[in-house]
Design a protein around this ligand. Sequence first.
Ligand SMILES: Nc1ncnc2c1ncn2[C@@H]1O[C@H](COP(=O)(O)OP(=O)(O)OP(=O)(O)O)[C@@H](O)[C@H]1O
Length: 299
Amino acid sequence: MTEAILSVTHLNKRFKRQPVLQDVTFDCEPGRIIGLVGANGAGKTTIMKSILGLIRTEGAVTIAGQAMQFDRHPALAQVGALIEYPSLYPYLSGWDNLRLFARDQDVAAQIQALVTQFDMSDYIHRKARTYSLGMKQKLGIALAFLNHPQLVILDEPMNGLDPQGTKQLRDFIVAQKQQGVTLLISSHILGELQKLADDLVIIDHGRVIQRTTMAAALALTEHYVVVATEHDGQAKAALTAAGYQLAAGTPVKLLLAPDQSVADVLAVLQQQHITVTDVQHQDADLEQIVLTLLASSKA
Ligand SMILES: Nc1ncnc2c1ncn2[C@@H]1O[C@H](COP(=O)(O)OP(=O)(O)OP(=O)(O)O)[C@@H](O)[C@H]1O
């Protein structure tokens, strides 16, 4: 196994005696996108703040082999982050906010590349206090990617972004991953996370209830096929007689077992001379998987 770029071990945190994180432990391998998922108040932001040393938390955090200490974190030189709302200097322009935090030699080139990537040219020289929510969010994201970080931690990065901004961010995240960057991303937009994440850490009431790959999580779902026919009643009867499990409701909706294929279904209908007008797969859905896992962890 590749050495983890981020290791979080036995994190425990209480706010006013209330446990908020309980024995949170997970690793992130380099060059992967890890989705941190959980309900409101589950503890995602608290985990991110603990990793970054923004709050004092029991347990250990190691970044690229270096142990983080609450009052000493040289490892953070390799980390970029956007937690909750971007902290911007309101009376500086977006460009100057970026320049203030840039450390590398290629400051102007780096800033220009980020401005172009996130389509910020029209307003980047205006004072940040005049920015809309989405403009501030884009600037905050650009700040997280300054100085070529190896690990980027993003808390709800799609917040306030329009569809174009969301796509720009998604494309950028994928490109960064291809260059070996590791990303830890929390999001309630599970459809977006499904497109991006390689791994999942699912949090419930401050505990890790599942640490898995996206592929393994999606394989947990049931695969349905919905068939439109000219004679649904006959189609249902024929498929039930052939041993298929049909979902309740009007359309002809079947649960496909791993050894059953759409071609087999169509063959049954063809044999009965039932005309099929459309076939649709119901894709695996991360939202449903997460809800199921959260429900089963409570059971
Ligand atoms: N400074 C604080 N003082 C007291 N309680 C806090 C503080 N910060 C967070 N909490 C509590 O810790 C728990 C976890 O909060 P956290 O912000 O980590 O959740 P989250 O998973 O990020 O939620 P969301 O999806 O709503 O952003 C919540 O119950 C929250 O009320």
